[in-house]
Design a protein around this ligand. Structure first.
Ligand SMILES: [Fe+2]
Length: 164
């Protein structure tokens, strides 16, 4: 016999802890140093024979640090809030949190690509492609970080009641 079941669902909204979020960004200097190292590699006109293994080490470390950075943000910066949160802030927070997976997968693919090319001795011949992929990833990451910084400011303003 069928029983009546409620179709209502409890929804929660994504919001941020602005103070924790800001601190995670300020203390993660290792991530920014690794990003700079990869940018310096990308300024080389062509990698030398010995650069391949070094570059793999740096981009793999960058991937691991990025995973840690996102994990910290998701554990302490973002949180699900069952109470009402301004829809504008919640939508932005939700979409930015979802970008973590896309950015991490892109960098993981880039690490695999560099490893494959280096193993086949084709890293120098495909250097423009590798640089292009990294520059695109870097631009996406910088845009993500800039939007998260805006989100933190917006969350502070909403807390202070100075937002629109
Ligand atoms: Fe983030």
């Amino acid at each position: 016999m069928m029983t009546a079941r409620s179709t209502s669902t409890v929804t929660s909204t994504v919001t941020v802890n602005a103070a924790f979020f800001q601190e995670i960004k300020e203390v993660h200097q290792e991530l920014y140093a690794l990003l700079d190292q990869v940018r310096q590699y990308c300024r080389l006109p062509s990698p030398s024979a010995g650069n391949g293994r070094e570059l793999i080490g740096v981009v793999a470390e960058l991937r691991d640090q990025l995973a840690l950075h996102f994990a910290l943000e998701e554990a302490y910066g973002y949180f699900e809030d069952p109470v009402f949160v301004a829809p504008r802030l919640s939508e932005l927070a939700g979409s930015l949190r979802d970008e973590h997976r896309v950015l991490y997968l892109e960098l993981s693919e880039l690490v695999d690509l560099v490893e494959r090319l280096n193993y086949r001795g084709r890293l120098a011949g495909s250097w423009a492609r590798v640089r292009g992929r990294f520059t695109q990833f870097d631009d996406q990451l910088q845009a993500h970080e800039a939007r998260e910084n805006e989100l933190i400011l917006q969350a502070y303003e909403d807390d202070l009641g100075v937002g629109d």
